[in-house]
Design a protein around this ligand. Structure first.
Ligand code: FAD
Ligand code: UDP
Length: 367
């Protein structure tokens, strides 16, 4: 008999497993996929750690979380500075003085602010109700049309007027020549890839891969006193109120017989006519020198019943449906729900770890 059965070996499940195990609990992790790590999993190809499920850059301002992940593996000093390609022209991201120079030739913050202020004034001063209005009110028409609209509509598969405003507020707007995509104090990539991080977190813990908890829920429940579930919340309840919407992704990995193909880890394609959202070149995450390179084209797709859910769609309709499921969660005494899919939240990695820490605290586990 286990104290805890943990469903999912992503960051949430793995951190819970590690800390419960450290506190003397007997734990078993079940993982549906044939590998551990969930979406942060990396695999070696051509001597390069390939981010199999999309680019993952660890960033946080929370020292406790930074020290926590660094206690398992060393992180490098990678700073994410993606480029954006729009109709054969390349721009810096996030929106900063370099981008403004590339768009308008403005050289000082004052000049750039003046251009943006003029474009913003065309939008008016109403409270933004959706991503389009939010973007126009933050950066004006040029940036919206060249660097946001196409990318966003590909990414979310719907008009920008139907996407929650908070999503674009993830991106900074800066009046300095600073291409760091994030504003957090700490940033990097685990040396040796994220799989090394997850392996270190799960060291000594029993994990069964290729095992779908929902396929034999009752039997698995009988193995443990408690369950921590990190899969999709609606799947747990057999979609009884209907399906929550997610976006899925398709990744096209390709080995190129050249040393350096695009010169940067991430290039976003912000033009709607290009079918993919971005191309990754993995060797740049860890600055490895190898004769070949591996690139990945990332496509955003609707999430059908058989597809892998990646991004929760936190609009009003899905939030209402989520609330119905959350009421069912409250009635589950044995099962704890956590992580991006079980909480249906657009969490980054550091936020998932914080959420796992909060859960552990409620369980009385001290770290
Ligand atoms: P997951 O990683 O999804 O893990 C859940 C696990 O549960 C999976 O392994 C799944 O197979 C398993 N599972 C589900 N159902 C069952 C079942 N029935 N039985 C057994 N196992 C099951 N965050 C950042 O901080 N920085 C980034 O740069 C970044 N980039 C991202 C890029 C992309 C394309 C995506 C999709 C996400 C990105 N994230 C990033 C977010 C990051 O991936 C998540 O915050 C984190 O991986 C979530 O961990 P999790 O454990 O909640 O979920
Ligand atoms: N975004 C955009 N253009 C870009 C990059 C991002 O318009 O070149 C928008 C898009 O709506 C995206 C949101 O900003 O969904 C958040 O971007 P982020 O890079 O944080 O998304 P992630 O891929 O990390 O989920």
């Amino acid at each position: 008999m286990y104290d805890y059965l943990i469903v999912g070996s992503g960051l949430f499940g793995s951190v819970c497993a590690r800390e419960l195990n450290r506190s003397g609990k007997k734990v078993l992790v079940l993982e549906k996929r044939d590998h551990i790590g969930g979406n942060i999993y990396t695999e070696q190809r051509e001597g390069i750690n390939v981010h199999k499920y999309g680019a993952h850059i660890f960033h946080t301002s929370d020292l406790e979380i930074w020290e926590y992940v660094n206690s398992f593996v060393e992180f490098n000093n990678f700073i994410n500075s993606p480029m954006a390609m729009f109709k054969d022209k390349i721009y810096n991201l996030p929106f900063n003085m370099n981008t403004f120079y590339q768009l308008w030739g403005t050289k000082t913050p004052e000049d750039a602010r003046a251009v943006i202020a003029k474009q913003k004034s065309l939008f008016g001063s109403v409270e933004p109700q959706n991503l389009e209005e939010q973007a126009l009110s933050l950066v004006g028409k040029d940036i919206y049309e060249k660097l946001i609209k196409g990318y966003t509509e590909k990414q979310w598969g719907r008009p920008a007027t139907e996407i929650p405003a908070f999503i674009i507020r993830r991106l900074p707007v800066r009046f300095t020549y600073d291409n760091n995509y994030f504003t957090d104090r700490y940033q990097g990539i685990p040396i040796g890839g994220y799989t090394a991080l997850i392996e270190a977190i799960l060291a000594g813990i029993k994990v069964e891969t290729n095992t779908d908890y929902l396929a034999d829920q009752e039997r698995f429940n009988s193995l443990a006193k408690n369950v921590i579930y990190t899969g999709p919340i609606d799947a747990f309840f057999n979609h009884k109120f209907g399906r929550l919407e997610y976006r899925s992704l398709k990744f096209e990995h390709e080995v190129k017989d050249t040393e350096n193909w695009q010169g940067n880890a991430v290039v976003n394609y912000t033009d709607k006519s290009v079918p993919y959202t971005r191309i990754l070149e993995h060797k740049h995450f860890e600055k490895v020198t190898t004769p070949k390179t591996v690139i990945t084209r990332e496509y955003s797709t609707p999430c059908g019943e058989k597809d892998e859910p990646y991004y929760p769609i936190n609009d009003a309709q899905n939030s209402a449906l989520l609330e119905q499921y959350q009421q069912e969660v409250a009635a589950q005494s044995k099962v704890i729900f956590g992580g991006r899919l079980a909480e249906y939240k657009y969490y980054d990695m550091h936020q998932v770890i914080r959420s796992a820490f909060d859960t552990l605290e409620k369980l009385g586990v001290s770290r």
